[in-house]
Design a protein around this ligand. Structure first.
Ligand code: FEO
Length: 168
């Protein structure tokens, strides 16, 4: 496998684990705020990010690349409002999208067609990740300081359940 692309994708594995860690920090924030549905949403996101990292690891291994695991940075652990947390989710996912796009751009330059194909799944996934965060921000804007609305949203987010697909 092309070294430049392999290095960038290996670094992305760390970013996915950092994402998982960030969502776990958000889960702990909402546990502390007594918002069980939002805490659940973040926990499911924590699981999903680990799946992303595992999917990348498996692909790199299948191409003969060993990933040297690096330290995972400490995530932010405090936010001032529900809105601030979900805005952080959106900003973070936009950052992940640009990071994946950069790797795809490298794969194009290096004519690594297999990785281009592999990354297409993540490019599609990022559309959904950003859409989910944007929708939640819009719902929080509509709710404003209506406690009943917030309770209803929290109940809805309690239903999210990530079922890990088999990593191919
Ligand atoms: Fe792994 Fe939230 O993107």
């Amino acid at each position: 496998m092309n070294n430049v692309v392999a290095k960038a994708l290996s670094e992305q594995v760390n970013k996915e684990f950092f994402s998982a860690y960030l969502y776990l920090a958000m889960n702990q924030h909402f546990e502390d705020e007594n918002m069980p549905g939002m805490a659940n949403w973040m926990y499911q996101q924590f699981l999903e990010e680990q799946f992303h990292a595992k999917k990348m690891l498996k692909y790199l291994n299948s191409r003969g690349v060993k990933v040297d695991l690096e330290q995972i940075d400490k995530p932010q652990v405090k936010w001032d409002s529900n809105m601030e947390v979900f805005q952080h989710v959106l900003e973070h996912e936009q950052y992940v999208t640009s990071s994946i796009n950069n790797i795809q751009s490298l794969a194009v330059d290096e004519k690594d067609f297999a990785t281009m194909n592999f990354l297409q799944w993540f490019i599609n996934e990022q559309i959904e990740e950003e859409e989910n965060a944007t929708n939640l921000i819009k719902q929080l804007q509509l709710i404003g300081d209506n406690g009943y609305g917030l309770l209803m949203l929290d109940k809805e987010l309690a239903l999210r359940n990530f079922v890990e697909p088999v990593v191919e």
